[in-house]
Write a protein of this length. Structure first.
Length: 263
């Protein structure tokens, strides 16, 4: 059974999907534990950022097909209900990855397939190994994507590219996604976690209120119109101007010294 391991490195919470035997396949237990970890991180002043990774040489192979096959063996109504319940747990985790006020970085070694690809896309940033592979292969087993993959890809890529990735279900190399702007940084294999934690540490030491506002603004901008976004930006700017972090940041700039933000 896949576990979700937690480790705190300073102000960075590292969550590791762990079951090397299945290349870190996902299931309801991981969704529930992931959701609970993010709820706690959201309110913990000792955590400034989150890194999500996989154990061993893979990020995540996606949903467990043996479990899905087992669902099909039962009565159709029961199978549908169990499948919907599992997807609701996954989607609850996806929503919390987006709603968490702390930045979340995916550290991807090896393969991120199926729902594993979706989970990586739900994070605020992706750091990947140069030889990492992303696969949305639902179609190859007669399924369609879940976990928000189509929404996240459609916000980032041309329609034709999303159609290719989802309809053909082929492997997309990390270098291609980096060129397309979906992956933030490429690293040598075996160095991804440390690179992601380093980036997370820099974010965790930043002005937390402003970073939370930016996360909300970026999400809202993808769904809304310009006038509404301008209003949201005005409200966020004024709120952050009156926050202690802005006082420290402006003073540090004027005094030509590093800023020291407090959680």
């Amino acid at each position: 059974m896949t576990e979700l391991l937690e480790e705190q490195r300073g102000r960075v919470l590292v969550l590791t999907i762990s079951d090397p035997a299945t290349r870190n396949a996902l299931g309801p237990d991981v969704y529930a534990k992931g959701s609970e970890a993010l709820r706690r991180a959201a309110w913990d002043p000792g955590i400034g950022a989150v890194v999500l990774t996989g154990a061993g040489d893979a990020f995540c192979s996606g949903g467990n097909l043996n479990r899905l096959a087992g669902l099909r063996d039962g009565p159709p109504g029961q199978a549908a209900g169990q499948a919907e319940a599992g997807i609701d747990l996954l989607h609850g985790w996806i929503r919390l990855l987006r709603a968490c006020p702390k930045p979340v970085i995916a550290a991807v070694e090896g393969v991120a397939a199926g729902a594993g690809f979706s989970v990586a896309l739900a994070c605020d940033m992706i750091v990947a190994a140069k030889d990492a592979r992303f696969v949305l292969a639902y179609v190859k087993v007669g399924l369609s994507p879940d976990g928000g993959a189509t929404a996240f890809l459609a916000r980032s890529l041309p329609r034709q590219t999303v159609a290719e990735i989802a309809m053909e279900g082929g492997t997309v190399e990390a270098e291609r996604l980096h060129r397309l702007g979906v992956v933030n940084a490429l690293c040598e294999p075996g160095t991804v976690l440390e690179a992601a934690v380093g980036r997370a540490r820099r974010l965790a030491e930043g002005p937390s209120a402003a970073i939370t506002s930016i996360k909300r603004l970026v999400d809202a901008a993808q769904d809304g119109d310009l006038d509404s976004q301008l209003d949201r930006e005005r409200r966020a700017f004024v709120r952050n101007l009156l926050h202690a972090d802005a006082g420290e940041g402006i003073a540090a700039f004027l005094e030509k010294r590093p800023a020291h933000f407090h959680p």
